[in-house]
Design a protein around this ligand. Sequence first.
Ligand code: COA
Length: 157
Amino acid sequence: MVGLYPGTFDPITFGHIDIVMRASRIFSKIVVVIADNPNKKNLFSIEERLDFAKECLKDYPNVEVIKHKGLVIDAVEITQASAIIRGLRALSDFEYEFQMAFTNRQLNDKIDTVFLMTSARYTNLSSSMVKQLSQFGGNVDKYVSPIVAEALKKKFE
Ligand code: COA
């Protein structure tokens, strides 16, 4: 069964990788979809985000990383995935995820969203937090892989 894990991944963090690792034990294949969403102001370009995710997930043989512009549900159809995967960190994620899952269900009733709980040590982690830490000289090694940490450092130099 193919699961599709969409997100902005600006940049990919250990929290995202934790979700992929958990999902890869449930699904036979995971397609990580880097959303090319012009409405969101990102620090990294779509190509940079794609490269980071590919590099960070290269050791997972059943994981593919692609970019996609448009609706998530279209990516589901293109990849022939059976479900959308999303991570839940805290109760505060629920409202937004609930809305998104229902919208996607209205677009295609055959596709369900599967929620996986992030490891407790990543419940406070977000891409914005990592960017802010790096911007002000904080150490982000606990949250992102070395290539991402290095790229963040360069961006804020
Ligand atoms: N570990 C760490 N951080 C996590 C996380 C985890 N396990 N799970 C979520 N996050 C964080 C992300 O880092 C991100 O942080 P930020 O806001 O500081 O950048 C935040 O949670 C949300 O990120 P993400 O999961 O990437 O959601 P998103 O809202 O940016 O993007 C898309 C979700 C890609 C599905 C959506 O925005 C999109 O582009 N959809 C296309 C349009 C569409 O299909 N619409 C119909 C459905 S509503």
